[in-house]
Design a protein around this ligand. Structure first.
Ligand code: NAD
Length: 339
């Protein structure tokens, strides 16, 4: 089978990860990078692939069969639509757009041109996610009652040297919590109601640096999420899941899920339930689910290749990702102005 010719738009932090992954998957071939930065030009030279400063020029001349769009949030939709209009399937990094209105433009463009869009909520491809979903869907936890989620991870100050990360359209609700919201939607179903508070008191940027959120799921479960990109903590998917070696692995849990028959702590995959007797006087039994680690970005790319070949529908398309973005938008609407 011939290799699928891919291009990457935006060869920054996550774009380079995608490039590494393309180079590990034999069925894929990187043919071009579109990114105006001198660093991207140097990277393309090192890799021996074509470099373009402009997206349209790259699409016209390199003619990739699929594109990975890893640009800043506000460029997701225009770059993705440029691909779609040329009939090229595109993997768009998350959040799918900086606002639901912009995301809706992408949904309509994908429908109009009949071109698939996969959104880069890569945690959906993680084997840990699959194992958690299988346990929840099996009914072993009973009716899900409550979930507690933590994403508290201190970003280094120089992360914010890149201007777009400080500007409207970024911020940890859109860049980080959208991952957790998407994963919780995937595991537990739709979110119907939110309450929230945000704060920018520590970093002092226009965007929030911290937030607390209450969630009501359509299944009846209640949830809470705590988010901060300036607090020291061992509780975040990045540090706990070991899915990406750039984050120091800390074997803690960032999601605690409780049902009427059992509980699951993710990603350490500790499953708790009662034995013959139940109730608060009885001891809980505990076992750990064994999950073979595999880089979810590799699984995501293999899935994208299937989507390009027409062998699979996107596991998360623009319309589905818009529903995760809608929750973030609602959180921003209901939160009183950041203090
Ligand atoms: N899936 C994940 O886990 C994950 C992780 C990090 C970032 N992201 C997402 O990926 C996106 C990029 O984040 P990042 O941290 O890599 O950003 P970054 O700033 O490190 O990289 C963005 C790149 O886009 C390039 N760029 C800017 N304008 C461009 C244009 N007009 N055409 C082509 N390229 C252009 C920049 O030069 C830069 O190299 C964001 O949407 C972010 O939310 C996802």
């Amino acid at each position: 089978m011939s290799r699928i010719r891919l291009a990457v738009i935006g060869a920054g932090a996550i774009g380079r990860k995608h490039i590494d992954v393309i180079n590990q998957v034999p069925q894929a071939e990187l043919v071009a990078i579109a990114d105006p930065s001198p660093q991207a030009e140097a990277l393309a030279r090192t890799l021996g692939v074509a470099w373009y400063a402009e997206v349209e020029a790259m699409l016209e001349r390199a003619k990739p069969q699929g594109v990975i769009n890893a640009t800043p949030n506000t460029l997701h939709v225009p770059c993705a639509i440029a691909c779609i209009e040329r009939g090229i399937p595109v993997l768009v990094e998350k959040p799918v757009a900086e606002s639901p209105e912009r995301a809706q433009e992408l949904v309509l463009a994908a429908q109009k041109h009949g071109v698939p869009v996969l959104v880069g909520h890569h945690r959906r491809h993680n084997a840990l996610t699959a194992a958690a979903k299988a346990l929840i869907d099996s009914g072993e936890l009973g009716k899900i009652v409550a979930v507690s989620a933590h994403w508290i991870l201190q970003k280094p100050d120089d992360y914010f040297d890149v201007a777009w990360r400080r500007e409207p359209g970024a911020g940890p609700l859109l860049v980080n919590l959208v991952h957790d919201i998407d994963l919780l939607r995937y595991l537990l179903g739709e979110i119907e109601e939110v309450q929230a508070m945000t704060s920018s008191a520590t970093r002092g940027f226009a965007n929030e640096d911290s937030a607390v959120v209450n969630l009501r799921f359509a299944c009846g479960a209640l949830g809470s999420a705590v988010l901060s990109d300036c607090g020291v903590s061992p509780w975040s998917w990045e540090m706990n899941s070991a899915e990406n070696v750039i984050y120091a692995h800390t074997p803690e849990n960032c999601y605690l899920i409780s049902g009427s028959k059992g509980a699951l702590a993710i990603p350490q995959m500790r499953w708790w339930r009662y034995g013959e007797q139940s109730g608060w006087h009885a001891p809980l039994l505990q076992e750990t689910l064994n999950v073979e680690p595999i880089d979810p970005f590799i699984l995501q790319l293999r899935h994208f290749l299937q989507v390009i070949r027409g062998e699979a529908e996107p596991i998360i398309d623009a319309a589905d990702a818009l529903r995760s973005l809608d929750v973030i938008d609602l959180i921003r609407q209901v939160a009183p102005k950041a203090a």
